[in-house]
Design a protein around this ligand. Structure first.
Ligand SMILES: Nc1nc2c(ncn2[C@@H]2O[C@H](COP(=O)(O)OP(=O)(O)OP(=O)(O)O)[C@@H](O)[C@H]2O)c(=O)[nH]1
Ligand SMILES: [Mg+2]
Length: 226
């Protein structure tokens, strides 16, 4: 083999096959939210300012965990394994023009009678009378379809005409292979026009998906419940 031939051979070795194009998902940085205040009664709510969204759902469905995860800050809301942890309307400034309110959960039977009464009054007053309420982020546990308390909440949301953005929580508690079918099943059972977003605090990609869909919804490009 001549020296020239050797050179050609080694050059050939260095030529790499073109790499397959990899789709890298864009990571959205969540807004830097901060806790504002807590209110136990409607008359304690702050002056309306900006667009307000509430986080609504059964007790223990994962509302406060969702707030922390989707905003990338575990110090914002208090979370507990036991239902009934959030007993006040907790206000968070999300952007200069947007506020979220983490509400107590509905459907918790074991709270005292007076507490249950105050919670349901607070939720009802808030959703029915709050003038700058733009919509509810409505959380439903992906494993529990058609629980009476959720069906009643849905009926009520429709009656009072609050736009709502449905989110299925605890997605990781179902095998991946069953999640999409369950989302479809829930959409059918609840009469939703599209499959709700499946969320999991164990999966960072769901945060991205939420912000993408929620922003579209907020900008009124897509209304998930209409
Ligand atoms: N595996 C899993 N657990 C979750 C998820 N979201 C919430 N949890 C758990 O569910 C439990 C209840 O969560 P919270 O966020 O306190 O629920 P909540 O709806 O705010 O409850 P209340 O304040 O009592 O109305 C906690 O043990 C959380 O760790 C999730 O996506 N996956
Ligand atoms: Mg809570």
């Amino acid at each position: 083999m001549s020296p020239d031939n050797r050179k050609i051979k080694s050059t050939k070795k260095r030529i790499k096959k073109p790499q397959k194009e990899r789709v890298v998902e864009e990571t959205l940085v969540p807004p830097e939210a901060r806790f504002l205040l807590s209110a136990a009664y409607f008359h304690e709510l702050p002056e309306p300012q900006g667009d307000e969204f509430c986080i609504l759902g059964r007790s223990n469905v994962g509302k406060s965990s969702f707030v922390n995860h989707v905003l990338g800050n575990t110090t914002l809301a208090r979370v507990s394994k036991k239902p009934g942890k959030t007993s006040l309307a907790n206000y968070y400034q999300i952007t200069p023009s947007m506020v979220w309110v983490d509400l107590p959960g509905y459907g918790y039977a074991k709270a005292s009678r007076s507490e249950k009464k105050r919670w349901s009054q607070l939720i009802a007053d808030y959703c029915e009378k709050r003038e700058n309420l733009v919509g509810a982020i409505w959380l439903v546990d992906i494993r529990h379809v058609g629980i009476q308390a959720d069906l009643e909440a849905l009926q009520w949301l429709l009656e009072i005409g609050i736009p709502f953005f449905p989110v299925l929580t605890k997605g990781d508690k179902l095998p991946q292979s069953k999640r999409a079918a369950q989302a479809k099943n829930i959409a059918t059972r609840l009469g939703l026009p599209s499959n709700p977003l499946v969320y999991s605090t164990q999966k960072h990609s769901t945060r991205n998906q939420f912000w993408k869909k929620f922003t579209e919804w907020h900008e009124q490009k897509i209304l998930p419940n209409q």
